[in-house]
Design a binder for this molecule. Structure first.
Ligand SMILES: [Zn+2]
Length: 465
C-alpha cells in the first residue's frame, strides 16, 4: 500500500522543502517582482541614517506622520518617532488602540563597516590615509582591495549639517585599502586568517597629490584637507566630530544564470528592515502594530539608538498618555507579541563542517524561524515560548508562507546573540524570524529571492493575525 505509507510520512515528517518546488509559478513571479524594490532600497541605503530616512519617506507615502514629543496627537493614528536619524519607531493604532497589546517587529539598521579613528588623517611616503576603526564583527582580510565609499554627516562650526556621499555614483572617485603582492608576502601567507591582517593595517588610501609649496610638511595630507574644505567646508577637527562611515561601493546585483539570488552590502539586517517595513505598511490597519528599527545591534544594541535604550518606553508612554489609553505600559507589553527580524547563517556547502546540516537553514527554503540562538550552553538565548512558536508555525502553514527551522552553526563552533532578548526583557512573547544568508558580515552578502519574499509574507501575515 504505497499510498497509505506516503500519507503516513506526510503527516509525521517535518518537511523542509525548497520554495522553488512548492510555491506556485505566480508566487515565484511575485518573489522576483518584490525583490526589485528591495534591490533599490539596498542600493541606496548603506548607512543606518540612510536606512532610517528612506524608511520614513516610504512610511509617509502610506500616510504616516512625524510625531515628536511636543506635537499634539489629534486624530492621527499613524505615527513616526525618529530617534536621531539612526533608529525610529512607526506605530499604527488599530480599532482597539493599545488595550489589547500590539504586534511588534524589531529589525536593525546598522551593518558592519569601517568608522574612523579620532585623528584619522595622516600621510606616509607621499600617500594620504584615513585610519579606520572597524565597527561590528568583520573578517579583516575581506576589506582590502575593494572599492570603498565614504558616507556621513558633518556638523560644521556654524551648526550647518553637511551630508557626504562619495563613491556611490558611477563617476565618483572611490577609496581603497591596499594589500601586499603575493611575490613578497611569503611570511604573512603562512599566518592564520585571523592574524594575517591586523586592525592597524587596515588604512584607507585617500590621496597622493601634494600641494605645491615644497617648504610645507605633510603636503599630501594638506592637499586632502584643502579638498575637503573646498567641497565640504570641513577642517581636520570635523573628521573628529563627524559621523563618517566607509562602506563597500559595490552596487547590488542579481546572482546566478537564473537571477534567483541577490548580492549586496548590508543585507544584515536591511533585508529584514525592508521586508518588515513593506509588510508593516501593506498590512491591514485594524490592529495596533509597531515597527521598531533599532541601531547599534552589531555592537551590542547599546546607546541611545540601540534596542536596549528606553526609547520604546519613551514613545509608548507618551502615546498612552496623549491618547488617554486605559492601560499601563507594562500591561501593554505583556499583551503584545513580537518578531525579532534578523538574518541568520544559511548552510554554506563549501564549509559544511562548521554547520550542522540536519539543523541548519538552507538558501531557498523560505523564512527561517529560530526558537533560540546564543552560544555554548545557549548563553544569551531567549528560548521562545512553545505556545507562541506553535502559533507562528500554524499561522505560516495556514497562510502558505514557506518557512524552515533554523539553528546557527555547530554547537561550540561559535554562535551569535539575538536582538530578541531586548524585547523578551520587556515581558512579551518574541521569536526570531529572518532570512538565511551566505557570506554574512562580508562586504558582499548573498540572499535568495525566495527567502526574502517568504520573510516579507511571514511578517505580513503576522501583522494581520
Ligand atoms: Zn543582524
Amino acid at each position: 500500500m504505497p499510498n497509505k505509507k506516503k500519507n503516513k510520512a506526510e503527516n509525521l515528517l517535518l518537511k523542509q522543502e525548497s520554495f522553488w518546488d512548492i510555491a506556485t509559478r505566480e508566487e515565484q513571479s511575485k518573489a522576483f517582482e518584490f525583490c526589485e524594490g528591495y534591490k533599490t532600497f539596498l542600493n541606496t541605503n548603506k548607512t543606518e541614517r540612510q536606512v532610517i530616512l528612506d524608511s520614513i519617506s516610504l512610511a509617509k507615502k502610506s500616510g504616516f506622520k512625524d510625531a515628536n514629543f511636543e506635537v499634539r496627537i489629534g486624530d492621527n493614528k499613524k505615527f513616526i518617532f525618529n530617534n536621531r536619524n539612526k533608529s525610529a519607531i512607526f506605530i499604527s493604532l488599530g480599532e482597539n488602540g493599545f488595550t489589547q497589546g500590539a504586534k511588534i517587529l524589531l529589525a536593525h539598521t546598522d551593518s558592519p563597516r569601517l568608522d574612523l579613528k579620532v585623528r584619522p588623517l595622516y600621510e606616509d611616503t607621499g600617500i594620504a590615509y584615513l585610519k579606520p576603526h572597524y565597527y561590528g564583527g568583520i573578517k579583516k582580510y575581506q576589506w582590502p582591495t575593494i572599492p570603498l565609499s565614504m558616507i556621513g554627516t558633518v556638523i560644521l562650526k556654524d551648526g550647518k549639517e553637511i551630508e557626504i556621499n562619495i563613491g556611490e555614483h558611477k563617476d565618483d572617485q572611490v577609496f581603497l585599502i591596499s594589500d601586499l603582492l603575493p611575490h613578497i608576502d611569503l611570511e604573512r601567507m603562512d599566518k592564520p586568517l585571523k592574524k594575517a591582517i591586523g586592525a592597524e593595517e587596515l588604512n584607507i588610501i585617500v590621496g597622493s597629490r601634494p600641494i605645491g609649496d615644497k617648504k610645507i610638511k605633510d603636503r599630501v595630507k594638506l592637499s586632502v584637507l584643502e579638498w575637503l574644505n573646498k567641497n565640504y567646508q570641513m577642517s581636520e577637527v570635523d573628521l573628529f566630530t563627524a559621523d563618517i562611515r566607509f562602506v563597500p561601493s559595490f552596487p547590488v546585483r542579481d546572482v546566478g544564470f537564473d537571477r534567483s539570488m541577490i548580492a549586496g552590502y548590508g543585507q544584515d539586517d536591511r533585508v529584514c528592515v525592508y521586508t518588515g517595513l513593506t509588510a508593516f505598511l501593506a498590512s491591514k490597519e485594524n490592529q495596533t502594530k509597531i515597527l521598531f528599527l533599532a541601531d547599534k545591534e552589531e555592537i551590542g544594541s547599546v546607546g541611545t539608538t540601540g534596542a536596549k535604550s528606553l526609547f520604546l518606553e519613551n514613545v509608548l508612554e507618551h502615546l498612552l498618555l496623549k491618547t488617554n489609553a486605559p492601560i499601563s505600559i507594562n500591561d501593554l507589553f505583556r499583551q503584545s507579541k513580537a518578531i525579532s527580524a534578523d538574518v541568520t547563517a544559511a548552510l554554506d556547502p563549501d564549509y559544511k563542517a562548521s554547520h550542522d546540516p540536519r539543523n541548519s537553514p538552507y538558501l531557498g527554503n523560505g523564512a527561517v524561524i529560530e526558537k533560540f540562538l546564543g552560544w555554548g550552553g545557549k548563553m544569551m538565548s531567549t528560548d521562545a515560548e512553545p505556545k507562541f512558536i506553535r502559533e507562528i508555525v500554524d499561522l505560516f502553514n495556514k497562510k502558505k508562507v514557506v518557512w524552515q527551522t533554523g539553528h546557527l552553526g555547530k554547537i561550540d563552533e561559535g554562535g551569535g546573540g539575538t536582538i530578541a532578548v531586548y524585547l523578551a526583557n520587556r515581558n512579551l512573547d518574541v521569536i526570531d524570524v529572518g532570512v538565511g544568508l551566505l557570506n554574512m558580515h562580508a562586504p558582499y552578502e548573498l540572499a535568495s529571492k525566495a527567502d526574502i519574499y517568504s520573510a516579507y509574507k511571514g511578517y505580513n501575515v503576522f501583522f494581520e493575525s
